[in-house]
Design a protein around this ligand. Sequence first.
Ligand code: X2W
Length: 286
Amino acid sequence: MKTRQMNRDWISTAATLSSALPYLQRYTGAIVVIKLGGHAMGSDDAMDSFARDIVLMQQVGVNPVIVHGGGPMINALLKKLDIKSEFVNGKRVTDTATVEVVEMVLSGLVNKRIVQAINRQGGRAVGISGKDANLMVCDQTDPSLGFVGTPAEMDVKLLHTLFERDMIPVIAPLGAGRDGETFNVNGDTAAGAIAGALKADRLLLLTDVSGVKNAEGAVVTELKTEQIRQMTRDGVIAGGMIPKTETALDAIEGGVRAAVILDGRAPNACLLELFTEHGAGSIIRP
Ligand code: X2W
């Protein structure tokens, strides 16, 4: 005779699902843009866990959009090819040879790794770059940086078409120039521009730090844009955090409801942020 022993884990799983109901209801139909940086990508297991969270999000009615980076992967191939590379203010100086490598690595290797991970979890991901369907037409950022682009004209119609078909866009941060050039766009900048153009409900910036820290080094869980500006003037927000907070501010200015800076290496970081009362990292609101 088959008997059933109540297991504590099952009881807690059921309770967790039940407590997520208000959050599931809140996010039905929401657009959530997730920036996955190269440093947050990690092992195959971490990628599978990220992909699973994305598929779960889509399953419960969210429209997730992944915008990825891949700086460390670009560095690795440039090194193999013996091409020198340097960064100025967080942007890679990009000549003709470099932009070819950037496109190969981001649109090829990294983009398809994410697409495949999502599809293996039962999702339907479609890998594109900012060039596809004129998603992100760019202007040159500064002649001294070469082929580095600033998003100038966005066309998100393709993304809405994918949402209607329950497909998950995975976007490499490259854009087309108006004269046929290929532009390398910083991954955070691209994610902010795409989230703004979509008027997304959330922009999640997955990084390798736990959030925005105050002068005492503690993560601040909720911040207004004005507090971010003040902390930047005071030098509390500095270094690598500046491009993240700037992206968050730009995205909010563009119409995104809130941006969250969180540690992408933490297990189930995206689910924790969206579907629990606890949240994760630092949430920035207007
Ligand atoms: C970046 C694009 C990739 C990126 C680069 O060439 O490294 C510029 O710097 P992470 O992993 O998000 O840093 N583009 C202009 O942003 O990758």
